[in-house]
Design a protein around this ligand. Structure first.
Ligand code: AVJ
Length: 294
């Protein structure tokens, strides 16, 4: 917030209210990624299961609602399922629902930030480790950070371990634009909730009506950018800090990188993975990459 371009990390979107709003985004007709990924997972489930192999340990980053996890668990029958999420609320709910559906599965929920190295207890699960990272959450990272993240994950799965990564693809900018500027304003509410959360948790005085959601596709960088734009000159207090805004000045709240299939494959290889498989939905809008630790 003190840099020339004010910025906040997107991981802070997901308090209980933010997680609920994100789930509402996933149900919007404009927000295609959730549906595209679900349909490609259904369509290619047998091949995905052959790639990931049965009986190993399935670790999921940013599990959220765990809709697709259910499909994977049924197909892979892992020895353990380890969901990791920054939102305690979403994590507990998802784990409880899955426990009811799979009473004999060893489910070990880890409340944590997977952007930091995690130590996942060897006591859980056996066999090959497979990290499932769906939803194009990796798009929140820039290419260099994504490479570092993939390297860290590769060392976590160990030699012969695998990763299944959901990656949103480059496409008509109008489709991208609509997905982040929905008619009902749910994405706007999700973005603005970050300020409400700061007010609540850090004793700040953001006036939400003095900021507006702004999202656009930056074609040169291949990413959607989300901002909160100040509608006028104003000063905001956060605890004992003061931040001044010019009219039109923004807080950059999120990047959502979009890749080509080849581009993501090259990134994965540069992080020490073999990019073995890639599955697409019918429209070719979303991809799931099967990577093996080289
Ligand atoms: C959860 C990071 C994949 O980038 O599409 C949705 C978050 N932000 N609408 C995305 C998001 C605005 C989402 N990810």
């Amino acid at each position: 917030m003190s840099l020339p371009q004010k910025a906040l990390p997107p991981k802070y979107f997901y308090d209980a209210n933010g997680s609920r709003l994100f789930e509402a985004i996933c149900r919007l007709k404009e927000y295609y990624p959730t549906r595209s990924e679900l349909s490609l997972t259904r369509r290619h489930l047998a091949a995905i299961a052959r790639f990931a192999r049965k009986g190993g340990t399935l670790i999921e980053y940013g599990s959220g609602e765990s809709m697709k996890s259910r499909l994977l668990i049924e197909a892979l029958r892992p020895s353990a399922y380890i969901p990791v999420d920054i939102s305690e609320h979403a994590l507990r709910n998802a784990a409880a629902t899955l426990r009811r559906s799979f009473p004999r599965l060893d489910i070990h929920a880890v409340h944590g930030d997977f952007s930091q190295p995690l130590t996942i207890s060897m006591a859980h699960g056996e066999g090959r480790r497979v990290v499932y990272f769906p939803g194009s959450t990796i798009g929140n990272l820039g290419p260099a950070e994504a490479q570092a993240f993939l390297r860290m994950t590769r060392s976590q799965v160990g030699p012969g371990g695998a990763m299944l990564v959901g990656v949103d693809l480059r496409k008509d900018a109008n489709v991208l634009h609509a997905a982040y500027n929905d008619a009902r304003g749910v994405t706007a509410a999700f973005n603005l909730n970050l300020l409400a959360r700061i007010n609540r948790e850090l004793g700040a005085d953001f006036r939400l009506r003095r900021f507006r959601h702004y999202a656009f596709y930056n074609a040169a960088l291949g990413r959607i950018e989300m901002h909160l734009v100040s509608l006028g000159r104003q000063r905001v207090r956060v605890g004992r800090h003061r931040f001044d805004f010019e009219a039109g000045e923004s807080i950059h709240t999120e990047n959502s990188y979009k890749y080509s299939v080849e581009g993501f494959g090259a990134l994965a290889r540069s992080a020490g993975f073999r990019a073995k498989e890639v599955w697409l939905d019918r429209k070719g809008w979303f991809s799931l990459h099967g990577l093996v630790a080289a």
